[in-house]
Design a protein around this ligand. Structure first.
Ligand code: NDP
Length: 433
Protein backbone atom coordinates (compact mmCIF):
# COMPACT_ATOMS: atom_id res chain seq x y z
CA UNK A 1 0.00 0.00 0.00
CA UNK A 2 2.74 2.48 0.93
CA UNK A 3 4.47 1.92 -2.44
CA UNK A 4 1.34 2.91 -4.35
CA UNK A 5 -0.44 5.53 -2.24
CA UNK A 6 -3.98 6.52 -3.14
CA UNK A 7 -4.36 3.97 -5.94
CA UNK A 8 -7.50 2.38 -4.48
CA UNK A 9 -8.65 0.53 -7.62
CA UNK A 10 -5.17 -0.96 -8.04
CA UNK A 11 -5.16 -2.11 -4.40
CA UNK A 12 -8.60 -3.66 -4.89
CA UNK A 13 -7.52 -5.60 -8.00
CA UNK A 14 -4.31 -6.85 -6.37
CA UNK A 15 -6.08 -7.85 -3.15
CA UNK A 16 -8.68 -9.81 -5.10
CA UNK A 17 -5.93 -11.85 -6.77
CA UNK A 18 -3.69 -12.27 -3.71
CA UNK A 19 -6.58 -13.54 -1.59
CA UNK A 20 -6.77 -16.59 -3.87
CA UNK A 21 -3.05 -17.35 -4.06
CA UNK A 22 -2.63 -19.27 -0.77
CA UNK A 23 -3.15 -22.80 -2.18
CA UNK A 24 -0.89 -22.05 -5.17
CA UNK A 25 2.04 -21.10 -2.95
CA UNK A 26 1.49 -24.21 -0.85
CA UNK A 27 1.61 -26.37 -3.96
CA UNK A 28 4.44 -24.42 -5.65
CA UNK A 29 6.59 -22.95 -2.86
CA UNK A 30 9.30 -22.09 -5.42
CA UNK A 31 7.10 -19.22 -6.65
CA UNK A 32 7.16 -17.74 -3.16
CA UNK A 33 10.93 -18.24 -2.84
CA UNK A 34 11.51 -16.51 -6.15
CA UNK A 35 9.20 -13.62 -5.22
CA UNK A 36 7.05 -14.07 -8.33
CA UNK A 37 4.08 -12.39 -6.63
CA UNK A 38 6.07 -9.33 -5.58
CA UNK A 39 7.47 -9.06 -9.10
CA UNK A 40 4.10 -9.51 -10.81
CA UNK A 41 2.61 -6.65 -8.76
CA UNK A 42 5.26 -4.18 -9.93
CA UNK A 43 4.84 -2.89 -13.50
CA UNK A 44 7.85 -3.42 -15.74
CA UNK A 45 7.54 0.17 -16.98
CA UNK A 46 5.17 3.13 -16.44
CA UNK A 47 5.00 6.05 -18.84
CA UNK A 48 3.24 9.28 -17.87
CA UNK A 49 3.15 12.19 -20.27
CA UNK A 50 1.60 15.55 -21.14
CA UNK A 51 -0.91 15.84 -23.98
CA UNK A 52 -1.43 19.46 -25.04
CA UNK A 53 -4.09 20.18 -27.65
CA UNK A 54 -6.19 23.07 -29.00
CA UNK A 55 -9.98 23.11 -29.09
CA UNK A 56 -12.02 24.52 -32.00
CA UNK A 57 -11.87 28.02 -30.52
CA UNK A 58 -8.08 27.91 -30.28
CA UNK A 59 -7.99 27.48 -26.51
CA UNK A 60 -5.16 25.26 -25.24
CA UNK A 61 -5.88 22.25 -22.98
CA UNK A 62 -3.45 20.02 -21.12
CA UNK A 63 -4.32 16.40 -20.40
CA UNK A 64 -2.30 13.67 -18.77
CA UNK A 65 -1.82 10.29 -20.42
CA UNK A 66 -0.49 6.96 -19.21
CA UNK A 67 0.80 3.70 -20.57
CA UNK A 68 1.55 1.05 -17.99
CA UNK A 69 3.60 -1.79 -19.48
CA UNK A 70 2.90 -4.31 -16.79
CA UNK A 71 4.19 -7.74 -17.74
CA UNK A 72 5.77 -9.13 -20.92
CA UNK A 73 6.50 -12.70 -19.83
CA UNK A 74 4.09 -14.18 -22.37
CA UNK A 75 4.34 -11.65 -25.22
CA UNK A 76 4.26 -7.94 -26.08
CA UNK A 77 2.28 -5.73 -23.70
CA UNK A 78 -1.37 -5.80 -24.79
CA UNK A 79 -4.35 -3.86 -23.47
CA UNK A 80 -6.60 -0.97 -24.40
CA UNK A 81 -6.47 2.81 -24.10
CA UNK A 82 -9.21 4.48 -22.02
CA UNK A 83 -10.30 8.12 -22.44
CA UNK A 84 -12.43 9.17 -19.46
CA UNK A 85 -12.16 12.07 -16.98
CA UNK A 86 -11.86 9.59 -14.08
CA UNK A 87 -8.58 8.17 -15.44
CA UNK A 88 -5.50 8.39 -13.20
CA UNK A 89 -2.58 6.08 -12.53
CA UNK A 90 -4.54 3.86 -10.08
CA UNK A 91 -7.19 3.04 -12.72
CA UNK A 92 -4.67 2.26 -15.43
CA UNK A 93 -2.65 0.09 -13.05
CA UNK A 94 -5.70 -1.91 -11.95
CA UNK A 95 -6.65 -2.47 -15.58
CA UNK A 96 -3.07 -3.38 -16.54
CA UNK A 97 -2.79 -5.81 -13.63
CA UNK A 98 -6.05 -7.57 -14.53
CA UNK A 99 -4.91 -7.69 -18.13
CA UNK A 100 -1.87 -9.87 -17.27
CA UNK A 101 -4.05 -12.73 -16.03
CA UNK A 102 -6.80 -12.24 -18.60
CA UNK A 103 -4.35 -12.34 -21.48
CA UNK A 104 -2.70 -15.45 -20.05
CA UNK A 105 -6.11 -17.16 -19.83
CA UNK A 106 -6.72 -16.65 -23.56
CA UNK A 107 -3.77 -18.95 -24.30
CA UNK A 108 -2.47 -16.39 -26.81
CA UNK A 109 1.11 -15.02 -26.74
CA UNK A 110 0.36 -11.61 -25.22
CA UNK A 111 1.60 -9.81 -22.12
CA UNK A 112 -0.38 -7.29 -20.07
CA UNK A 113 -0.54 -3.50 -20.34
CA UNK A 114 -3.04 -0.68 -20.33
CA UNK A 115 -3.14 3.03 -21.06
CA UNK A 116 -5.38 6.04 -21.22
CA UNK A 117 -5.95 9.67 -20.48
CA UNK A 118 -8.15 11.91 -18.34
CA UNK A 119 -9.40 13.48 -21.59
CA UNK A 120 -13.22 13.57 -21.79
CA UNK A 121 -14.40 12.82 -25.34
CA UNK A 122 -18.03 13.74 -24.53
CA UNK A 123 -19.20 16.83 -26.39
CA UNK A 124 -15.95 17.19 -28.38
CA UNK A 125 -16.04 17.72 -32.14
CA UNK A 126 -14.44 15.22 -34.53
CA UNK A 127 -11.62 17.70 -35.16
CA UNK A 128 -10.93 18.08 -31.44
CA UNK A 129 -10.82 14.31 -30.99
CA UNK A 130 -8.40 14.08 -33.91
CA UNK A 131 -6.09 16.79 -32.57
CA UNK A 132 -6.06 15.16 -29.14
CA UNK A 133 -5.31 11.69 -30.56
CA UNK A 134 -2.53 13.09 -32.76
CA UNK A 135 -0.93 14.91 -29.84
CA UNK A 136 -1.12 11.81 -27.65
CA UNK A 137 0.44 9.62 -30.33
CA UNK A 138 3.25 12.10 -30.92
CA UNK A 139 4.63 10.91 -27.59
CA UNK A 140 3.23 7.37 -27.34
CA UNK A 141 4.50 6.20 -30.77
CA UNK A 142 8.07 5.72 -29.51
CA UNK A 143 6.91 3.15 -26.93
CA UNK A 144 4.85 0.99 -29.30
CA UNK A 145 5.73 -1.82 -31.68
CA UNK A 146 4.46 -5.14 -32.92
CA UNK A 147 6.97 -6.89 -30.62
CA UNK A 148 6.82 -4.33 -27.81
CA UNK A 149 3.42 -2.88 -26.96
CA UNK A 150 0.15 -3.11 -28.90
CA UNK A 151 -2.75 -0.98 -27.59
CA UNK A 152 -6.46 -1.27 -28.47
CA UNK A 153 -9.72 0.48 -27.47
CA UNK A 154 -11.57 0.71 -24.16
CA UNK A 155 -14.00 3.23 -22.65
CA UNK A 156 -14.12 6.30 -24.90
CA UNK A 157 -11.82 4.76 -27.51
CA UNK A 158 -13.38 3.08 -30.55
CA UNK A 159 -12.40 2.76 -34.20
CA UNK A 160 -12.59 6.55 -34.79
CA UNK A 161 -9.97 7.27 -32.11
CA UNK A 162 -7.87 4.26 -33.12
CA UNK A 163 -7.92 5.55 -36.71
CA UNK A 164 -6.56 8.96 -35.66
CA UNK A 165 -3.89 7.40 -33.43
CA UNK A 166 -2.86 4.81 -36.02
CA UNK A 167 -2.71 7.50 -38.73
CA UNK A 168 -0.39 9.64 -36.63
CA UNK A 169 1.86 6.65 -35.86
CA UNK A 170 2.14 5.87 -39.58
CA UNK A 171 2.88 9.49 -40.38
CA UNK A 172 5.63 9.91 -37.77
CA UNK A 173 7.37 6.60 -38.39
CA UNK A 174 6.76 6.28 -42.15
CA UNK A 175 5.85 2.64 -41.51
CA UNK A 176 2.56 0.92 -42.25
CA UNK A 177 2.84 -1.36 -39.25
CA UNK A 178 -0.64 -2.80 -38.87
CA UNK A 179 0.45 -4.79 -35.84
CA UNK A 180 0.96 -1.79 -33.56
CA UNK A 181 -2.75 -1.35 -32.79
CA UNK A 182 -5.79 -3.63 -32.71
CA UNK A 183 -9.42 -2.68 -33.07
CA UNK A 184 -8.58 -1.04 -36.40
CA UNK A 185 -11.30 -0.46 -39.00
CA UNK A 186 -12.22 -3.10 -41.54
CA UNK A 187 -10.31 -2.28 -44.73
CA UNK A 188 -7.19 -0.94 -42.99
CA UNK A 189 -5.96 -3.89 -40.99
CA UNK A 190 -8.87 -4.50 -38.64
CA UNK A 191 -10.38 -7.91 -38.00
CA UNK A 192 -13.97 -8.84 -38.63
CA UNK A 193 -15.69 -9.70 -35.31
CA UNK A 194 -13.24 -7.65 -33.19
CA UNK A 195 -15.85 -4.96 -32.54
CA UNK A 196 -18.32 -7.62 -31.42
CA UNK A 197 -15.80 -9.83 -29.60
CA UNK A 198 -15.94 -8.66 -25.97
CA UNK A 199 -19.74 -8.62 -25.77
CA UNK A 200 -20.15 -11.86 -27.73
CA UNK A 201 -17.43 -13.51 -25.66
CA UNK A 202 -19.11 -12.51 -22.40
CA UNK A 203 -22.33 -14.16 -23.55
CA UNK A 204 -20.49 -17.29 -24.75
CA UNK A 205 -18.91 -17.50 -21.29
CA UNK A 206 -22.30 -17.03 -19.61
CA UNK A 207 -23.72 -19.82 -21.74
CA UNK A 208 -20.87 -22.13 -20.71
CA UNK A 209 -21.48 -21.37 -17.01
CA UNK A 210 -25.17 -22.18 -17.46
CA UNK A 211 -24.43 -25.36 -19.41
CA UNK A 212 -22.14 -26.51 -16.58
CA UNK A 213 -25.25 -26.32 -14.38
CA UNK A 214 -27.46 -28.12 -16.88
CA UNK A 215 -29.16 -24.92 -18.03
CA UNK A 216 -29.11 -22.65 -21.14
CA UNK A 217 -29.73 -19.03 -22.12
CA UNK A 218 -32.98 -19.87 -23.87
CA UNK A 219 -35.86 -17.76 -22.56
CA UNK A 220 -33.78 -16.03 -19.86
CA UNK A 221 -34.43 -12.39 -18.89
CA UNK A 222 -31.19 -10.43 -19.05
CA UNK A 223 -30.14 -7.00 -17.82
CA UNK A 224 -27.05 -5.36 -19.37
CA UNK A 225 -25.52 -2.22 -17.88
CA UNK A 226 -24.00 0.37 -20.21
CA UNK A 227 -24.75 0.87 -23.89
CA UNK A 228 -21.24 1.13 -25.30
CA UNK A 229 -19.21 -1.29 -27.35
CA UNK A 230 -19.29 -4.22 -24.91
CA UNK A 231 -22.95 -3.78 -23.89
CA UNK A 232 -24.28 -3.51 -27.46
CA UNK A 233 -22.71 -6.75 -28.64
CA UNK A 234 -23.56 -8.58 -25.43
CA UNK A 235 -27.20 -7.67 -26.10
CA UNK A 236 -26.88 -8.83 -29.73
CA UNK A 237 -25.48 -12.27 -28.84
CA UNK A 238 -27.87 -12.76 -25.90
CA UNK A 239 -30.79 -12.19 -28.29
CA UNK A 240 -29.27 -14.56 -30.87
CA UNK A 241 -28.99 -17.30 -28.24
CA UNK A 242 -32.65 -16.99 -27.28
CA UNK A 243 -32.51 -14.74 -24.23
CA UNK A 244 -34.41 -11.44 -23.88
CA UNK A 245 -32.52 -8.33 -22.76
CA UNK A 246 -34.98 -6.03 -21.00
CA UNK A 247 -32.77 -3.19 -19.73
CA UNK A 248 -29.60 -1.25 -20.56
CA UNK A 249 -28.19 2.10 -19.44
CA UNK A 250 -25.63 4.87 -19.72
CA UNK A 251 -24.11 7.12 -17.07
CA UNK A 252 -27.26 9.30 -17.06
CA UNK A 253 -30.03 6.71 -16.70
CA UNK A 254 -31.65 3.34 -17.33
CA UNK A 255 -33.94 2.14 -20.12
CA UNK A 256 -36.34 -0.67 -19.24
CA UNK A 257 -38.20 -2.28 -22.12
CA UNK A 258 -40.08 -5.41 -21.15
CA UNK A 259 -40.83 -6.18 -24.82
CA UNK A 260 -37.06 -6.56 -25.32
CA UNK A 261 -34.41 -3.93 -26.08
CA UNK A 262 -34.47 -2.96 -29.75
CA UNK A 263 -30.80 -3.09 -30.61
CA UNK A 264 -31.04 -1.24 -33.92
CA UNK A 265 -32.30 1.81 -32.04
CA UNK A 266 -29.50 1.55 -29.45
CA UNK A 267 -26.86 1.18 -32.17
CA UNK A 268 -28.15 4.23 -34.04
CA UNK A 269 -28.24 6.38 -30.88
CA UNK A 270 -24.83 5.27 -29.57
CA UNK A 271 -22.73 4.31 -32.60
CA UNK A 272 -24.00 6.83 -35.16
CA UNK A 273 -25.57 9.81 -33.41
CA UNK A 274 -23.47 9.57 -30.19
CA UNK A 275 -26.44 10.67 -28.06
CA UNK A 276 -27.77 9.73 -24.61
CA UNK A 277 -29.72 6.47 -24.13
CA UNK A 278 -32.76 8.52 -23.12
CA UNK A 279 -33.34 9.12 -26.87
CA UNK A 280 -34.57 5.46 -27.01
CA UNK A 281 -37.95 6.76 -25.77
CA UNK A 282 -38.41 8.81 -28.96
CA UNK A 283 -38.86 5.51 -30.84
CA UNK A 284 -40.26 3.20 -28.16
CA UNK A 285 -43.07 4.83 -26.25
CA UNK A 286 -43.75 1.64 -24.28
CA UNK A 287 -40.24 1.69 -22.74
CA UNK A 288 -39.46 3.37 -19.43
CA UNK A 289 -36.54 5.70 -18.66
CA UNK A 290 -35.31 6.19 -15.09
CA UNK A 291 -32.93 9.12 -14.69
CA UNK A 292 -30.01 8.10 -12.41
CA UNK A 293 -31.82 4.78 -11.95
CA UNK A 294 -30.31 1.60 -10.54
CA UNK A 295 -30.31 -1.02 -13.28
CA UNK A 296 -29.69 -3.81 -10.73
CA UNK A 297 -33.15 -3.22 -9.27
CA UNK A 298 -34.70 -4.56 -12.49
CA UNK A 299 -35.67 -8.23 -11.84
CA UNK A 300 -33.78 -10.60 -14.15
CA UNK A 301 -32.34 -14.12 -14.45
CA UNK A 302 -28.95 -12.95 -15.66
CA UNK A 303 -27.01 -9.73 -15.05
CA UNK A 304 -24.20 -8.61 -17.36
CA UNK A 305 -22.38 -5.55 -15.99
CA UNK A 306 -20.78 -4.01 -19.10
CA UNK A 307 -20.13 -0.36 -18.12
CA UNK A 308 -17.35 0.34 -15.65
CA UNK A 309 -15.52 -0.57 -12.42
CA UNK A 310 -17.38 -0.77 -9.09
CA UNK A 311 -20.80 -0.26 -10.67
CA UNK A 312 -22.37 -3.13 -8.72
CA UNK A 313 -22.03 -3.11 -4.91
CA UNK A 314 -23.10 -5.44 -2.10
CA UNK A 315 -26.61 -3.99 -1.87
CA UNK A 316 -27.09 -4.28 -5.64
CA UNK A 317 -25.94 -7.90 -5.47
CA UNK A 318 -28.42 -8.63 -2.67
CA UNK A 319 -31.19 -7.06 -4.73
CA UNK A 320 -30.29 -9.18 -7.75
CA UNK A 321 -30.30 -12.38 -5.69
CA UNK A 322 -33.59 -11.45 -3.99
CA UNK A 323 -35.13 -10.95 -7.44
CA UNK A 324 -34.05 -14.43 -8.60
CA UNK A 325 -30.83 -13.76 -10.52
CA UNK A 326 -28.95 -17.02 -11.22
CA UNK A 327 -25.89 -15.83 -13.14
CA UNK A 328 -23.63 -12.79 -13.42
CA UNK A 329 -20.88 -12.42 -16.01
CA UNK A 330 -18.69 -9.34 -16.14
CA UNK A 331 -18.30 -7.71 -19.56
CA UNK A 332 -16.67 -4.74 -17.82
CA UNK A 333 -13.45 -4.83 -15.81
CA UNK A 334 -13.97 -5.18 -12.02
CA UNK A 335 -17.60 -3.96 -12.12
CA UNK A 336 -18.51 -5.81 -8.90
CA UNK A 337 -17.15 -4.53 -5.61
CA UNK A 338 -15.60 -7.07 -3.19
CA UNK A 339 -18.88 -6.98 -1.18
CA UNK A 340 -20.86 -7.69 -4.36
CA UNK A 341 -18.66 -10.68 -5.18
CA UNK A 342 -19.08 -12.02 -1.65
CA UNK A 343 -22.86 -11.91 -1.97
CA UNK A 344 -22.78 -13.80 -5.30
CA UNK A 345 -20.46 -16.43 -3.92
CA UNK A 346 -22.45 -16.90 -0.72
CA UNK A 347 -25.61 -17.36 -2.81
CA UNK A 348 -23.71 -19.90 -4.98
CA UNK A 349 -24.94 -18.40 -8.23
CA UNK A 350 -22.78 -18.67 -11.37
CA UNK A 351 -20.42 -15.70 -11.18
CA UNK A 352 -17.91 -15.09 -14.00
CA UNK A 353 -15.26 -12.46 -13.15
CA UNK A 354 -14.18 -10.00 -15.86
CA UNK A 355 -10.74 -11.41 -16.41
CA UNK A 356 -12.35 -14.61 -17.67
CA UNK A 357 -15.75 -13.45 -18.96
CA UNK A 358 -14.56 -10.46 -21.01
CA UNK A 359 -11.33 -11.98 -22.35
CA UNK A 360 -12.89 -12.47 -25.78
CA UNK A 361 -12.01 -8.90 -26.78
CA UNK A 362 -8.30 -9.20 -26.24
CA UNK A 363 -8.31 -12.76 -27.61
CA UNK A 364 -9.77 -11.47 -30.87
CA UNK A 365 -7.21 -8.65 -30.82
CA UNK A 366 -4.57 -11.39 -30.79
CA UNK A 367 -6.38 -12.94 -33.77
CA UNK A 368 -6.19 -9.52 -35.46
CA UNK A 369 -2.42 -9.54 -34.81
CA UNK A 370 -2.18 -12.99 -36.40
CA UNK A 371 -4.02 -11.76 -39.49
CA UNK A 372 -1.80 -8.67 -39.69
CA UNK A 373 1.37 -10.75 -39.34
CA UNK A 374 0.32 -13.06 -42.17
CA UNK A 375 -1.18 -10.19 -44.25
CA UNK A 376 -4.44 -12.09 -44.32
CA UNK A 377 -8.03 -11.37 -43.38
CA UNK A 378 -10.40 -14.00 -42.14
CA UNK A 379 -14.17 -14.21 -42.55
CA UNK A 380 -16.54 -13.09 -39.80
CA UNK A 381 -17.79 -16.64 -39.27
CA UNK A 382 -14.32 -18.13 -39.00
CA UNK A 383 -13.14 -15.45 -36.55
CA UNK A 384 -16.29 -15.79 -34.47
CA UNK A 385 -15.83 -19.55 -34.37
CA UNK A 386 -12.27 -19.08 -33.09
CA UNK A 387 -13.59 -16.65 -30.46
CA UNK A 388 -16.21 -19.13 -29.33
CA UNK A 389 -13.63 -21.92 -29.05
CA UNK A 390 -11.36 -19.64 -27.02
CA UNK A 391 -14.20 -18.73 -24.61
CA UNK A 392 -15.11 -22.41 -24.19
CA UNK A 393 -11.42 -23.08 -23.48
CA UNK A 394 -11.21 -20.28 -20.90
CA UNK A 395 -14.33 -21.57 -19.16
CA UNK A 396 -12.93 -25.10 -19.09
CA UNK A 397 -9.59 -23.95 -17.74
CA UNK A 398 -11.21 -21.86 -14.95
CA UNK A 399 -13.65 -24.63 -14.09
CA UNK A 400 -11.02 -27.36 -13.91
CA UNK A 401 -8.53 -25.22 -12.01
CA UNK A 402 -11.19 -24.33 -9.42
CA UNK A 403 -11.88 -28.05 -9.00
CA UNK A 404 -8.19 -28.90 -8.75
CA UNK A 405 -7.68 -26.32 -5.98
CA UNK A 406 -10.67 -27.50 -3.96
CA UNK A 407 -13.16 -24.77 -4.89
CA UNK A 408 -15.58 -26.29 -7.43
CA UNK A 409 -17.66 -23.74 -9.32
CA UNK A 410 -15.57 -20.80 -8.04
CA UNK A 411 -14.54 -19.00 -11.23
CA UNK A 412 -12.64 -16.29 -9.29
CA UNK A 413 -10.24 -18.86 -7.89
CA UNK A 414 -10.15 -20.74 -11.20
CA UNK A 415 -9.37 -17.64 -13.30
CA UNK A 416 -6.80 -16.17 -10.93
CA UNK A 417 -4.87 -19.39 -10.45
CA UNK A 418 -5.02 -20.59 -14.08
CA UNK A 419 -3.83 -17.15 -15.30
CA UNK A 420 -1.19 -16.81 -12.61
CA UNK A 421 0.37 -20.22 -13.24
CA UNK A 422 0.94 -19.50 -16.93
CA UNK A 423 2.65 -16.18 -16.20
CA UNK A 424 4.58 -17.46 -13.18
CA UNK A 425 6.02 -20.43 -15.09
CA UNK A 426 7.19 -18.17 -17.92
CA UNK A 427 8.70 -15.64 -15.49
CA UNK A 428 10.44 -18.42 -13.61
CA UNK A 429 11.91 -19.85 -16.81
CA UNK A 430 13.33 -16.44 -17.75
CA UNK A 431 15.27 -15.96 -14.52
CA UNK A 432 15.38 -12.94 -12.26
CA UNK A 433 14.21 -10.24 -14.67
P1 NDP B 1 -17.67 2.40 -24.16
O1 NDP B 1 -17.04 3.71 -23.98
O2 NDP B 1 -18.01 1.93 -25.54
O3 NDP B 1 -18.99 2.27 -23.28
C1 NDP B 1 -18.98 2.46 -21.89
C2 NDP B 1 -20.39 2.41 -21.38
O4 NDP B 1 -20.36 2.41 -19.98
C3 NDP B 1 -21.21 3.61 -21.80
O5 NDP B 1 -22.55 3.26 -21.91
C4 NDP B 1 -20.97 4.56 -20.64
O6 NDP B 1 -21.99 5.54 -20.48
C5 NDP B 1 -20.95 3.62 -19.48
N1 NDP B 1 -20.11 4.18 -18.42
C6 NDP B 1 -18.79 4.49 -18.50
N2 NDP B 1 -18.35 5.02 -17.37
C7 NDP B 1 -19.41 5.05 -16.55
C8 NDP B 1 -19.60 5.49 -15.23
N3 NDP B 1 -18.58 6.03 -14.52
N4 NDP B 1 -20.84 5.34 -14.69
C9 NDP B 1 -21.84 4.80 -15.41
N5 NDP B 1 -21.72 4.38 -16.67
C10 NDP B 1 -20.53 4.51 -17.23
O7 NDP B 1 -16.66 1.35 -23.46
P2 NDP B 1 -16.58 -0.22 -23.63
O8 NDP B 1 -17.91 -0.78 -23.90
O9 NDP B 1 -15.46 -0.52 -24.56
O10 NDP B 1 -16.08 -0.68 -22.17
C11 NDP B 1 -16.98 -1.00 -21.13
C12 NDP B 1 -16.28 -1.86 -20.09
O11 NDP B 1 -15.79 -3.06 -20.70
C13 NDP B 1 -15.04 -1.23 -19.42
O12 NDP B 1 -14.95 -1.68 -18.09
C14 NDP B 1 -13.89 -1.80 -20.22
O13 NDP B 1 -12.67 -1.77 -19.51
C15 NDP B 1 -14.39 -3.22 -20.43
N6 NDP B 1 -13.77 -3.96 -21.53
C16 NDP B 1 -13.81 -3.49 -22.81
C17 NDP B 1 -13.24 -4.21 -23.83
C18 NDP B 1 -13.37 -3.78 -25.26
O14 NDP B 1 -13.00 -4.58 -26.13
N7 NDP B 1 -13.90 -2.61 -25.57
C19 NDP B 1 -12.51 -5.46 -23.57
C20 NDP B 1 -12.61 -5.93 -22.20
C21 NDP B 1 -13.21 -5.17 -21.23
P3 NDP B 1 -21.72 7.07 -20.91
O15 NDP B 1 -21.65 7.05 -22.39
O16 NDP B 1 -22.86 7.81 -20.36
O17 NDP B 1 -20.38 7.44 -20.27
Amino acid sequence: LHRNPGESEFHQAVREVLETMGPVLVKYPEFADKKIIQRICEPERQIIFRVPWQDDRGEIHINRAFRVEFNSALGPYKGGMRFHPSVYLGIIKFLGFEQIFKNALTGMPIGGGKGGSDFDPKGKSDDEIMRFCQSLMTELYRHLGEYTDVPAGDIGVGSREIGYMFGQYKRITNRYESGIFTGKGIGWGGSLARKEATGYGTVFFTHEMLKARGDTLEGKKVVVSGSGNVAIYAIEKAHELGAKVIACSDSAGVIIHEAGIDLETVKRIKEVERRRIKAYLEVHKDAKYVEDGNIWSVPCDIALPCATQNELNGKDAELLIKNGCIAVAEGANMPSTPEGIQVFQAAKIAYGPGKAANAGGVATSALEMQQNASRDSWSFDYTQKRLEEIMIGIHKSCYETADEFGAPGNYVIGANIAGFLKVARAMDAMGVI
